[in-house]
Design a protein around this ligand. Structure first.
Ligand SMILES: [Zn+2]
Length: 167
């Protein structure tokens, strides 16, 4: 929500015209607001990502049990830790980074926020999805997390058991 400069009523963040007094926001005002939203989204995620990074880095490099053939690998993260990843993804939605999640392992991100986000935040988002779905910081073999640009439709990240590709 934002305050209308005309009547001080609270209105939708993206409103171009106030529904109370019909105040019209200029292109420059709307552009400034959009820029501020992108900055806020990234700042929000860097803060939340620090916790999740610490959590997931603990699980990196823990070799799978070689005697454990057949059944899918066991989740290595607790439910509380998975909930933390869920909250991180929710923040990415609130902050305007994630626009859609058409499938559990597929996200669509706002192109400009994604471009402004540090690589660590991109990694965190992909890993948080793996954490939520599989209870691991990386997807199991033959599974992956795919991230697309919402407007470009271009694949911007792929996290698989082989690692993260931001190409
Ligand atoms: Zn107004």
């Amino acid at each position: 929500m934002k305050r209308c400069p005309g009547c001080r009523e609270r209105i939708q963040d993206r409103a171009a015209i106030c529904r109370f007094c019909r105040y019209e926001f200029s292109e420059a005002e709307l552009e400034g607001e959009a820029r501020q939203r992108r900055i806020n989204a990234v700042i929000l995620l860097v803060g939340a990502g620090v916790i999740v990074t610490a959590l997931l880095s603990d699980r990196r490099g823990s070799a799978p049990d070689a005697s454990n053939y057949g059944p899918p690998s066991q989740p290595s993260l607790s439910q509380a830790e998975r909930d933390l990843c869920t909250r991180f993804i929710a923040r990415a939605v609130e902050g305007g980074l994630v626009m859609r999640r058409p499938k559990p392992d597929k996200l669509e991100v706002e192109d400009e926020v994604w471009a402004a986000a540090p690589a660590e935040v991109k990694r965190m988002l992909a890993q948080a999805v793996a954490c939520e779905i599989w209870g691991q910081s990386m997807p199991p073999d033959l599974e992956s997390v795919v991230i697309y640009g919402y407007r470009s439709g271009k694949r911007v990240a792929l996290l698989s058991a082989a690692g993260l590709d931001l190409g």
